[in-house]
Design a protein around this ligand. Structure first.
Ligand code: URA
Length: 216
C-alpha cells in the first residue's frame, strides 16, 4: 500500500504496517548493525512491491502439472537498479532478492562536509540504458543534492523512466529533488520533520551508511 502525499501525488509514502513497524525498529539507537541491515533488507523487499507495481508483464505459455496455460511474467532485465554508494547498497540487496534479473548501476558520491554538495568519484551503468526503466536507490533523501546529481547523470543516458526510492526523507529533500527533476516519482517509508544544520534528517535514524556497515 502506498499513499501519495496530499500535496504531491508524485511522492509515494509506503505506509504498509509491516514497512512502518520495521522502520520504527531501525530508528532505535540501540538496534545492532546486524538487525539494522536485516531490517533494511526486508523493508527494501517490501518497498520493491510498490515500486514495481506498474512494471509491464508479458504473456507466456507454460505447462502446469495438469494442463497448458497462458500466464504473466515480467522481464526483470528491463529494470536497472542504481545504487548511490555507499548506503544505497542496503536497499539494492533487498530489491535484487525480489527482482533478481534486474541490471545494476553504481554511482559513487560523497557529501562535502562543508558545502554539503555531492562530489562524484565513480559511475558505472549497464549498456542500453535507453531501453530500460531505472530505479535510483539511497536510504536517505536529505539535502537532495546527491539524488539530484545521481539523477542528472542517469538522465543523460535517456532511460525510459526514472524513479527514486529512499527509506526516509524530509520536506527539504523532497523540495530539492522535485524542483530539479519534476518527472521523477519519489517512494519513501516516511517524511520526517526537518534537516539539521549538518544535513541530517530529524528525527531520522542517524547515518545510514554507518549503521549498515557498523563504521560508527
Ligand atoms: N544521510 C544519512 O545517512 N542520514 C541522514 O540523516 C542524512 C543523510
Amino acid at each position: 500500500m502506498s499513499t501519495p502525499t496530499s500535496s504531491d501525488p508524485q511522492v509515494h509514502v509506503i505506509d504498509h504496517p509491516l514497512v512502518q513497524h520495521k522502520l520504527t525498529l531501525m530508528r532505535r539507537k540501540d538496534a545492532s548493525t546486524n538487525s539494522f541491515r536485516t531490517l533494511l533488507n526486508e523493508l527494501s523487499m517490501l518497498m520493491a512491491y510498490e515500486v514495481t507495481r506498474d512494471m509491464p508483464t508479458q504473456e507466456v505459455e507454460i505447462e502446469t502439472p495438469l494442463e497448458t496455460m497462458t500466464a504473466k511474467m515480467i522481464d526483470g532485465k528491463k529494470l536497472v537498479l542504481v545504487s548511490i554508494l555507499r548506503a544505497g547498497t542496503g536497499i539494492l540487496d533487498g530489491m535484487l532478492t525480489v527482482v533478481p534479473g534486474a541490471r545494476v548501476g553504481h554511482i559513487g558520491l560523497y557529501r562535502d562536509p562543508k558545502t554539503l554538495q555531492a562530489v562524484e568519484y565513480y559511475f558505472k551503468m549497464p549498456k542500453d540504458t535507453q531501453e530500460r526503466d531505472v530505479v535510483v536507490v539511497d536510504p536517505m533523501l536529505a539535502t537532495g543534492n546527491s539524488a539530484v546529481a545521481a539523477i542528472d547523470r542517469v538522465k543523460a543516458l535517456k532511460p525510459k523512466s526514472i524513479k527514486f526510492v529512499c527509506l526516509l526523507t524530509c520536506p527539504e529533500g523532497i523540495a530539492t529533488l522535485r524542483k530539479a527533476h519534476p518527472d521523477v516519482d519519489i517512494y519513501t517509508a516516511a517524511v520526517d520533520r526537518q534537516l539539521n544544520s549538518h544535513g541530517y534528517i530529524l528525527p531520522g535514524l542517524g547515518d545510514a551508511g554507518d549503521r549498515i556497515f557498523g563504521t560508527q
